[in-house]
Design a protein around this ligand. Structure first.
Ligand SMILES: *Cc1c(COP(=O)(O)O)cnc(C)c1O
Length: 403
């Protein structure tokens, strides 16, 4: 027997394959050139064999590529690989994480619909709902993430979608996804989970009962801070609506970025394991330091949802947030005293990053919105990368000494 790959698809035997195998091989096609790596198709359009072939492909009678705003082989490989890792029927790639959320709401919601968004979501997500979706007649309310009774009480007859980020940024608050999915489904609503902080390596929301998963691929899926992208994954019926919006509106993923993300996915689980191990050590160490008021990390027994995190996630993630003793000035002194750790709001990078959420990622929120989200002025967020732990502690100790 020979390996027959002339037909293109390479993953047809992966039906029962485990996560690590899917991360490396799902979705791959091979051209007759015999390349081992995933092909990078930098083309905006595709040629047809004849006028009749073009007409048939445009009419959807013959499958095939027409234009890269619609489909691109590299992007499709990324979509199929993410779908395999999330356990989704279909995944749709987008230009950024924000355009994944935009595409989800534009394709599934209409004026007059009511959406519930957890209070503690990413700053731009709140702005997107508050400044834009509200203008187009979508009603939005913001229950507290972990308060299941609050979610139940906030549902209305026109509630179409529940949108959560679990764990949340930057405080690592969680919601019981299976329980929230039941609340949504009892009212005919869908549950969407922003799975950016866990990635499918640590949490698979669809398997817990959620209907849709979204990602900023910019973070851990890339893993090395190179490129921007996003993805929406779920059941085919909803994903076809998302595809329709993307093809028309255009925030599609570039093939180059899709190719970067494919490489990122291949090492995702081992990277996440190393990120989690480092974050655990940093969180435990910070909790013992006299200058620190409180550490937010679900891997700590002091975290109010430690047991839920153990049950729901395969790891606690890499984001460690903490309040220093003092005010905003103290937090800024801490940040400015570090020498190696990068002062940037990005995360999901091999390089450890440090940020002051109240004046950066959450700076556009009103003081009231920040208060609701629990973002205090003395809060610092560290996204632990892959450097040596002792070197990281040495750098953070400079911050502690500056308090
Ligand atoms: C970064 C981020 C986003 C937005 O993603 P972009 O790729 O920056 O557009 C959405 N949700 C979460 C949780 C994020 O961290």
């Amino acid at each position: 027997m020979a390996q027959d790959w002339d037909a293109g698809r390479l993953d047809s035997d992966l039906e029962d394959a485990a996560f690590d195998t899917l991360a490396v091989r799902a979705g791959q096609r091979r051209t007759p050139e015999g390349e081992h790596g995933e092909g990078l198709f930098t083309t905006s359009s595709y040629v047809f064999r004849s006028a009749a072939d073009a007409a048939a492909r445009f009419a959807g009678e013959v499958p095939g590529n027409v234009y890269s705003r619609y489909t691109n082989p590299t992007v499709r490989t990324f979509e199929e690989r993410i779908a395999a890792l999330e356990g989704a029927e279909q995944a749709v790639a987008t230009s950024t994480g924000m355009s994944a959320i935009l595409s989800l709401v534009m394709s599934l919601c209409s004026a007059g619909d009511h959406v519930l968004v957890s209070r503690s979501v990413f700053g731009s997500t709140i702005s997107l709902f508050e400044k834009y979706f509200k203008r187009f007649g979508i009603e939005v309310d913001y229950p507290a993430l972990s308060d299941l009774k609050g979610w139940e009480a906030a549902c209305k007859p026109n509630t179409k979608l529940l949108f959560v980020e679990s764990p949340s940024n930057p405080l690592a608050e969680l919601v019981d996804i299976a329980a929230l999915a039941e609340i949504a489904h009892a009212r005919g609503a869908l549950l969407a989970v922003d799975n950016c902080f866990c990635t499918p390596a640590l949490q698979q929301p669809l398997k817990l009962g959620a209907d849709v998963v979204i990602h900023s691929a910019t973070k851990y899926i890339d893993g090395q801070g190179r490129s921007m992208g996003g993805v929406v994954a779920g059941r085919r019926a909803q994903m076809e609506a998302v595809v329709g919006f993307l093809r028309t509106a255009g925030p599609t993923l570039s093939p180059f970025n899709a190719w970067i993300f494919l490489k990122g996915l291949e090492t995702l689980r081992v990277r996440m394991q190393a990120h989690c191990a480092g974050a655990q050590q940093i969180a435990e160490w910070l909790e013992q330091q006299p200058g620190i008021e409180r550490v937010y990390y679900s891997g700590l027994p002091s975290h109010p949802q430690h047991e839920l995190a153990k049950r729901q996630q395969k790891g606690f993630g890499a984001v460690v947030s903490f309040e220093v003793k003092g005010d905003k000035a103290a937090a800024w002194r801490f940040i400015d005293a570090t020498r190696m750790i990068s002062i940037t709001t990005n995360l999901g990078d091999t390089k450890t990053t440090i940020a002051h959420p109240a004046t950066t990622s959450h700076g556009r929120l009103t003081p009231q919105e920040r208060e609701n989200a629990g973002i205090r002025d003395n809060l610092i967020r560290v996204a632990v990368g892959l450097e040596d732990i002792e070197d990281l502690k040495k750098d953070l100790a400079l911050g502690l000494a500056a308090l």
